[in-house]
Write a protein that binds this ligand. Structure first.
Ligand code: ADP
Ligand code: GLC
Length: 485
């Protein structure tokens, strides 16, 4: 197996900086690729947390003026990940969320901030770091979307490029004037380059100019080729369908392992699933829910945004209450949804528990202690929480979209497929379909043998990166071979 060198470019990487699933993927994939002969290093911005955790990183280059202020490129490692860090304090040394101000508004210079990241990615692609000259530059989401564009317009011999879409809803749109300040030629402002409905889009640029496009599940790869799912980019993706593929995400099965998880109250495996009851009791305590083994406890761990369909779950609260179920929700995001969830929790103590915030440890406990995990998304490129749920014996109840469709086997589907049922899927994404499925799950929960079978099939599902990483390895090798000929 010839080794392949890949530079991944990502704006967040678990366990260093995380706002969502992208970080989990960027943090786990490089480790899984080692077994497939792929040497991956990841380039990320030097946010305060990164600089703190990579204290010992070595300086590779320094510039007095990088996009308007001093900048450095560092190399270091953390938790088995090999990293390049772009330390440009005037762009990245800001507290809190990487993309928005404390008031929740996009940083006004996001265009500049992530153009800078892509510029250095392209330079590493051209050989800036002689010890690591990549065969492929792999850009994740809009923040890295200009990397294939710089490599294209630099007009020099270059590595292959891959653009991965984790979420079509975030397209990195800016005014065309930005082109003048980020070192791209003005002729990139056209329909075959950065131009997008009169402005520019970093994601569009990446999708237009990368050699290969991937997204994070086969069903989402189909959905985004429609006008609705493509969110403005469906036509472009239809044109590029020959280089587009869907590779399902895996999860880090060491970080998410109920047999060794330090964050849960009682560890367990397939043989001692009954220990979940003890986790459930602790979870009920933490969410101020009545202690009851008999009431099915529904869990949610999510960003609170339109994508996730949690407004529909609010409307299903009467069913949850009426049918004797409990809800434990951990999430943050839209102010309005936060307020409404807090209000229903106040109105229904003991039955509905809500924690607003971001809490990695509590997320593990919810997976270990809830009976079912709900993901009612309107669209979902892959979704990771349902994969963690499968591994923890929390039965997933999901909408039939994107990666949710690909990773959960519905209880009714098992008879027509060779795969065992692992959960419940509903469509269309409406309150009626959701409440109907919640009722169905409630009935199944009270049939102990049925529920146990669902849990065990979930635990037996391979949700690891082992095979999926192999698909990326094949993609990189094919690309390298295609560019040689
Ligand atoms: P997305 O990336 O669209 O947010 P995913 O399901 O792919 O959705 O990934 C979400 C990741 O973020 C999971 O690891 C999930 O556990 C985590 N997560 C989401 N919200 C929270 C929260 N409030 N607290 C802790 N972890 C969260
Ligand atoms: C995005 C998507 C989510 C996916 C994650 C990782 O944030 O919303 O579905 O699992 O990226 O690929």
């Amino acid at each position: 197996m010839t080794p392949v060198r890949v530079l991944a470019v990502a704006s967040e990487v678990y366990p260093i900086v995380k706002t969502g699933g992208l970080a989990d993927v960027a943090g786990a994939l490089p480790l899984a690729l080692k077994a497939h002969g792929v040497e991956m290093r990841t380039l990320m911005p030097g946010y305060p947390d990164v600089m703190r955790m990579l204290g010992g990183a070595g300086e590779i280059r320094r510039w007095p003026d990088y996009f308007g202020g001093p900048g450095r490129l560092l190399a270091g490692s953390h938790d088995g990940l090999d990293l390049f860090v772009l330390d440009v304090p005037h762009l990245y040394a800001r507290p809190g969320n990487p993309y928005v101000t404390a008031e929740g508004v996009d940083w006004p210079d996001n265009g500049l901030r992530f153009a800078a990241l892509s510029r250095i990615a392209a330079d590493i692609g051209h050989g800036l770091v002689p010890a690591f000259v990549p065969d492929v530059v792999h850009a994740h989401d809009w923040q890295a979307g200009l990397a294939p564009a710089y490599l294209h317009y630099d007009n020099r011999p270059r590595p292959g490029t891959v653009m991965t879409i984790h979420n079509m809803a975030y397209q990195g749109k800016f005014a065309p004037e930005l082109i003048g300040s980020i070192g791209l030629p003005w002729d990139s402002f056209n329909v075959h380059g950065l131009e997008y409905f009169g402005g520019i889009s970093f994601l569009k640029a990446g999708l237009q100019l990368a050699d290969r496009i991937t997204t994070v599940s086969p069903t989402y790869a189909q959905e985004i080729q429609s006008d609705e799912g493509g969110m403005g980019l469906g036509g472009l993706l239809r044109q590029r369908a020959d280089v587009l593929s869907g590779i399902l995400n895996g999860i880090d099965t060491d970080v998410w392992n109920p047999q060794t998880d330090p964050h849960i109250a009682y560890r367990f495996g397939a043989e001692d699933l009954t220990f979940r009851a003890a986790n459930k009791a602790v979870l009920q305590q933490q969410f101020n829910l009545d202690s009851s083994d008999e009431a099915p406890l529904l869990g949610v761990i999510s960003r609170l945004s339109w994508q996730k369909g949690l407004d529909l779950l609010l409307e299903a609260i009467p069913t949850i209450l009426g049918d004797g179920m409990q809800l434990a929700l951990l999430g943050s995001g839209d102010r309005d949804l936060q307020d409404r969830y807090q209000a229903v929790a106040r109105a229904n103590p003991g039955r509905i528990g809500v924690v607003i915030g971001y809490d990695e440890i509590l997320a593990h406990l919810i997976q270990a202690g809830s009976d079912a995990l709900i993901v009612p998304s309107r669209f979902e490129p892959c979704g990771l929480t349902q994969l963690y749920a499968l591994r923890y014996g929390a039965v997933p109840i999901v909408s039939r979209v994107g990666g949710l469709e690909d990773t959960v086997v519905d209880i009714g589907e098992a008879s027509t497929s060779d795969r065992a049922a692992t959960g419940f899927k509903f469509a269309p994404v409406t309150v009626e379909a959701l409440t109907g499925t919640l009722r169905k799950a409630n009935t199944a929960f009270h049939n102990k043998a049925t529920w146990r079978r669902l849990q065990l099939s979930g635990l037996a599902t391979d949700v690891s990166w082992r095979n999926r990483a192999g698909d990326y390895a094949v993609l990189y090798r094919d690309l390298v071979a295609a560019r040689r000929t």
